[in-house]
Design a binder for this molecule. Structure first.
Ligand code: IMP
Ligand code: MG
Length: 179
């Protein structure tokens, strides 16, 4: 285990098993539809690429990037679109894939933009959800895991751009971001 990680909350094996289940569910739900998978950079990159391989359908995919102002362990509430998709979304069934739902500000902005492009549907697949943190009420159509309200890293999630490559999700030791 990485020396800066206090404890593991989701193991690599648990991630693989749950992503396989989500893929099976999405495959059934989107059969016969024009699925477009849109992963949110950078945090959802590992989840998106693993989930893609668990979906047994023909689909289009791309990545979007949005940024909350500020850095560190708090999200501020203002969001900028940094990278958009050039795919034509009109009439398509869009599945937005995100790493973690905390306040929901980032996703709210992204969904608003996508809904304005004539998609047949826009749904949300989120790997992790922290309890009691929602500031924006958005339904999560597919959820991987509920996790405790602690600052976590790994499997795409970072602290100051580090730890994204960890194959599991773990709680960062508080002394790492307090120093
Ligand atoms: P929201 O806009 O408040 O929902 O924030 C969501 C974004 O904040 C995620 O996409 C992550 O990039 C980041 N984030 C929220 N909680 C954590 C965490 O515990 N560790 C690392 N990044 C986090
Ligand atoms: Mg993010």
């Amino acid at each position: 285990m990485n020396q800066d990680v206090k404890n593991i909350v989701v193991t690599a094996e648990q991630l693989a098993a749950r992503i396989s289940e989500l893929g099976t569910q999405i495959t059934a739900d989107y059969s016969g539809k024009k699925l477009v998978v849109l992963g949110i950079l950078k945090g959802a990159a590992p989840f998106t690429t693993d989930l893609m391989r668990a979906i047994d359908l023909d689909f289009e995919m791309d990545f979007l990037a949005a940024s909350s102002y500020g850095s560190g362990t708090q999200t501020s509430g203002e969001v900028r679109m940094l990278k958009d998709t050039a795919l034509d979304l009109a009439g398509k069934d869009i599945l937005v894939v995100e790493d973690i739902f905390e306040s929901g500000y980032t996703l709210d902005k992204i969904l608003e933009v996508l809904r304005g492009r004539g998609a047949a549907s826009v749904r949300l697949c989120v790997l992790l959800e922290k309890p009691g943190t929602h500031a924006v009420d958005i339904p999560i159509d597919y959820l991987g895991f509920h996790i405790p309200n602690e600052f976590i890293v790994g499997y795409g999630l970072d602290y100051a751009e580090h730890y994204r490559g960890l194959p599991y999700i773990g709680v960062l030791k508080p002394e790492v971001y307090q120093k």
